[in-house]
Design a protein around this ligand. Structure first.
Ligand code: SAH
Ligand code: AVI
Length: 320
């Protein structure tokens, strides 16, 4: 098949290509983590959630089950539930059952994940109004919500940890314009050995998830990454308080994407993801800067993970 000329490509593919070219041309090469989630990436992430080392999903599920009545009271029955990065919707079903929302608005960048979870939820809750939105939450989105019904933003899974602190602040500030209450899942600072194991699982699923972004760039943009020449590398950076995921070049090599060419040195890395870990106070302070009080925080028994119930301060009382 003849490769399409750049101008003929759909906008999403052009944006994808522009982001890849910008990231691979930076002094510390990087790729935005949102590009992990094509169909294959979403399936790999679903497997990560079930890995013995990846405690995050189990801890958040456990705390959600344990405190479900209080969490539902905080959200308020009959609200419009807006979920960013809904993915498989594993925890959403618990919340939907307890909150009985007037409408559920899942938002995700992955068409496959969005379709699959909307289908499953429609089977489980035949009377629920589900209004899926395919989109990128780092950009302004039009949401199908009704005025006059309270909205609650749900952002579980510690997806907020994949944003820089400035981006997380921007996300919270944007949400404040949509909803007076939020439920945000946050992974907590802990023994680096536990973190290291969670991002370096023994079955190699996280490695496959990381490498899939290069496979996707080859598939969708026609680049020529040789996947055998790259290795998954994840470590805890204590000064920054985050897990960093990289892809390491195993030998010197050239990569081509259309008219672009990059030369990689052996050992050079592409930074593919940050996963910030917060202290309980640290996240409450971040929320406060965006105009939210944190009147409720629920944790699992082992204190691995937290779900924050955030309430917007009245405009006059805002701290900046
Ligand atoms: N909420 C689920 C899934 C978390 S994985 C859970 O708690 O298990 C992160 C999800 O966010 C994925 O489904 C991914 O497709 C989506 N995502 C990542 N970046 C995004 C972006 N910029 N805009 C919209 N969705 C995004
Ligand atoms: C989606 N996000 C919160 C996951 C995380 O833990 O940062 C993505 C992930 N990356 C590697 N494993 C899981």
């Amino acid at each position: 098949m003849a490769r399409e000329r750049r101008g003929d490509r759909p906008l999403e593919l052009r944006t994808f290509q522009d982001d890849v070219v910008a990231g691979l041309s930076a002094p510390q090469r990087f790729l935005p983590p949102k590009y992990f989630y094509d169909g294959a990436g979403s399936r790999l992430f679903a497997r990560i959630c079930r890995l013995p080392e990846y405690y995050l999903t189990r801890a958040e599920l456990a705390l959600t089950r344990r405190h479900l009545a209080a969490i539902a009271r905080f959200a308020g029955r009959g609200c419009q539930l807006i979920e960013y990065g809904s993915g498989e919707g594993i925890k959403s079903r618990l919340l939907i059952r307890a909150v009985r929302p007037a409408a559920y608005v899942p938002i995700d960048i992955s068409q496959d994940a969005l379709d699959a979870s909307a289908r499953r939820l429609a089977r489980e809750f035949p009377r629920l109004k589900i209004r899926p939105v395919l989109g990128d939450f780092s950009r302004p989105l039009h949401l199908p919500v009704r005025r006059g019904t309270a909205s609650v933003v749900y952002f579980p899974g510690s997806t907020i940890g994949n944003l820089t602190v400035e981006e997380a602040h921007g996300f919270l500030a944007m949400s404040r314009g949509i909803a007076a209450r939020m439920l945000v899942g946050v992974d907590l600072t802990k023994d680096p050995a536990v973190l290291h194991a969670a991002y370096n699982d023994s079955r190699g699923v996280t490695a496959a998830f990381n490498l899939n972004v290069l496979a996707r760039i080859n598939r969708e943009l026609g680049a020529d990454f040789d996947l055998r020449q790259w290795r998954h590398y994840a470590f805890y950076n204590p000064a920054a308080g985050r897990i960093e995921m990289h892809l390491v070049a195993l030998q010197a090599q050239r990569v081509r994407l259309g008219s672009h060419r990059w030369q990689f040195r052996a050992g050079e890395t592409i930074h593919t993801e940050n996963s910030y870990k917060y202290s309980l106070d640290g996240f409450a302070e971040l929320a406060a800067r965006a105009g939210f009080a944190a009147p409720r925080v629920w944790t699992d028994r082992r204190g691995l993970f937290a779900l924050y119930g955030l309430s917007a301060w009245p405009a006059a009382a805002r701290r900046t």
